[in-house]
Design a protein. Structure first.
Length: 167
């Protein structure tokens, strides 16, 4: 299903402006320990593999993550598939969620092509909104399955919400 979706979104007729496709997900499930910067749980590792499968045909050209281990581990299988090194977008305490999300969205637009953004429950919606999509709000703490595809072409924004991995 996702392969068909990406085929439809990514094979639209060519135009004078290169479209930007940004795929926004929350990091996969994290382990309970250690506190602060835990790695992925076994379920999270499985979800990261599911994300890789879902994006196998997406021709990802860049990956943006936050400095947390769970974000880089979520992106790792996709990065390996496409031979990419994720770019770390720092989180500044004084910047807040909106500013961080705006920075991630701006960097994704600058990079162009198909960009994977691995965020957090309180940044996924803000990144989608910063790209011109609808107001999404924060994700519930238990939500890891949402995948937001935002396509920006000549100022027109198309957003598709889908799911990946086990519920």
């Amino acid at each position: 299903m996702l392969t068909l979706l990406f085929s439809l979104l990514l094979t639209a007729p060519a135009d004078t402006t290169r479209p930007v496709t940004v795929i926004v997900v929350r990091h996969a499930e994290k382990a309970a320990q250690p506190a602060g910067n835990p790695p992925l749980s076994p379920g999270g590792v499985a979800r990261a593999a599911a994300l890789d499968s879902a994006l196998a045909d997406a021709n990802v050209t860049a990956i943006l993550v936050t400095p947390y281990l769970r974000n880089s581990e979520t992106a790792a299988p996709v990065a390996k598939r496409f031979g990419l090194t994720p770019l770390v977008v720092p989180i500044t305490p004084q910047g807040g969620v909106k500013l961080h999300a705006t920075a991630m969205a701006a960097k994704a637009r600058e990079l162009g092509g198909t960009v994977l953004v691995v965020g957090h429950s309180n940044t996924v919606g803000a990144v989608v909104e910063a790209l011109g999509g609808p107001k999404v709000g924060d994700l519930p703490d238990s939500e890891y399955t949402q995948l937001w595809t935002v396509v920006v072409r000549e100022g027109v924004v198309t957003v598709v919400r889908s799911r990946f991995g086990a519920n």
